[in-house]
Design a protein around this ligand. Structure first.
Ligand code: PA5
Length: 480
């Protein structure tokens, strides 16, 4: 076990007081009767999870990752250290589940301005550059411009690459990899292979074939783990370890949730959260807002957005997730939640104790009239803002619940992310859908591949041709 300072203190908590009628208003609130009415259904899906049965159960391999990957940490750390020593720019190529988890971990647990720090201040860990998650011409062009064109001979300009794709056929990632790989070959020749690592399916796919043909070091995404449930595999862990994040503590946090088995399953935050979301949606709250208190949590919001959208948005249903970062977005979405259509349930995500936590100084003669907050820390002020916001929303009949991470560290982040994964599966089963597949994301790919001329997708191009015979309706502004 990781020697965690707060082992006896509670870990991550879920407080749902703000959903109750006495807080959010009798019309809006969820009472104990509503929860009790779902108890039978909830216990059934909980039992299904324990027995690993239910729709999509073939993809429940993520449940085992905290345990299996703990056994791999030393090996993973060795790869991370090797790559970190080889260059100060590490390019991570991947999209969706092969991107968002790693990006969230680095944003939450890394220095907020880590790309600005010199290598020593980053403890010898490289800058991370995430690409292959778009077909954005400027972004890829800009990345190629940052890469050397001749062998640098100094670690500050040297580059390493991690290409992550379970299928190996994802266009955004594959195209970016082709361009980056060709540059790596041009710059490093035969040595390029030792600077590239791939994370992919253990046996199948075009990326696996390239690994074998080119002798690349590779890491595995287990076949029974879906992309958006892969953050505790090498997909999320390797980039995090390269950035210097304590992946052992992250896995320990996740494992503590995997092993947690309260006497009453309804006391498990994953199950209770699933029930609360389903009840909220059934009460007409189709929008679920993750209200992140602190910029470091924004990437977690992006990861949750994907987990919820791809897992639950199917068969004509599912809640619509949305991320806010506060206090920034109080100056935007705050208005909508306060007074707009009452169709949202808010989940706050907060950190109880920030470290470091700067304090507002006394600054005579107080021309900016801020002495009333002198001596207060930013973390304290952020929490006052959260409490004030919750109160304002509750008074307007806008319900909310609150996730609290005692501190923003790897252990508690591991707890939170794993809880979200469990809860999403349980919620999907409560909704009667398969939360572990994503048939809907294939549709756009078929049309796109057809238009791009992929031989096996020709019929999709023909469908677009047929649709384009419909006359356009278009208006225009004057040209320059
Ligand atoms: O959650 C998912 O399954 C998807 O978001 C995938 O992670 C994403 O499409 C990338 O797929 P791949 O890893 O095959 O490139």
């Amino acid at each position: 076990m990781v020697d965690h300072p707060e082992k006896s203190a509670p870990g991550v908590t879920l407080d749902w007081t703000g959903l109750r009628p006495e807080v959010a208003g009798t019309e809006q609130g969820l009472d104990d009767n509503a929860i009790s009415a779902m108890r039978h259904e909830a216990l059934r899906v909980w039992a299904d999870l324990q027995a690993r049965q239910g729709r999509g159960a073939d993809f429940l391999g993520f449940l085992d990752l905290p345990g299996t990957m703990l056994a791999e940490v030393s090996r993973l750390q060795a790869t991370a250290d090797r790559l970190a020593a080889l260059g100060d720019r590490h390019i991570v190529l991947g999209i969706g589940g092969s991107y968002l988890g790693a990006a969230a971990l680095v944003q939450a647990l890394g220095h907020p301005w880590r790309q600005e720090l010199d290598r020593e201040a980053r403890s010898g860990r490289p800058r991370l550059l995430f690409e292959g998650n778009n077909l954005d011409p400027r972004s890829l062009d800009g990345l190629l411009a940052l890469m050397p064109t001749t062998r640098p001979g100094n670690v500050a300009e040297d580059v390493t690459v991690n290409v992550i794709s379970k299928s190996g056929t994802t266009l955004e990632t594959a195209v970016a990899y082709r361009m980056v790989r060709e540059r790596m070959r041009a710059v490093y020749g035969d040595e390029a292979a030792s600077r590239i690592v791939a994370t992919t399916d253990p046996a199948s796919g075009l990326l696996r074939a390239q690994v074998e043909a080119e002798g690349l070091e590779s890491w595995v995404i287990p076949p029974d783990v879906g992309g958006r449930y892969s953050v505790f595999s090498a997909v999320g862990l390797l980039p995090a370890a390269i950035a210097g994040i304590d992946v052992r503590a992250l896995l320990e946090g996740a494992r503590s949730v995997a092993l947690y088995s309260p006497v009453d399953p309804m006391d498990h935050p994953a199950l209770l959260h699933a029930v609360l979301q389903v009840l909220s949606r059934r009460a007409g709250r189709h929008l679920s807002v993750l209200s992140c208190w602190g910029r470091a949590l924004e990437g977690i919001g992006g990861w949750v957005d994907q987990l919820v959208s791809e897992s639950l948005g199917k068969e004509g249903g599912g809640r619509v997730p949305l991320t806010m970062v506060n206090t920034r977005d109080l100056h935007a979405r705050g208005q909508q939640i306060q007074e707009g259509a009452p169709n949202a349930v808010v989940s706050h995500l907060r950190v109880a104790h920030w470290a470091p936590d700067p304090v507002v100084p006394v600054a005579p003669p107080d021309r900016d009239a801020l002495d009333y907050v002198a001596g207060r820390s930013l973390g304290e002020m952020l929490d006052m803002a959260r409490r004030g916001t919750s109160q304002a929303w509750h008074a307007a009949g806008r319900p909310s619940m609150t996730w609290t991470l005692p501190t923003l560290d790897a252990f508690h982040l591991g707890q939170f992310l794993y809880t979200c994964e469990l809860s999403t599966v349980l919620e999907g089963w409560l909704e009667g859908i398969n939360p572990l597949d994503q048939p809907g994301v294939e549709a756009y790919k078929n049309y796109m591949f057809g238009l791009l001329g992929r031989p096996d997708k020709a019929e999709w191009a023909a469908r677009i041709e047929a649709a384009s015979s419909i006359p356009s309706r278009l208006v225009a502004l004057p040209g320059a």
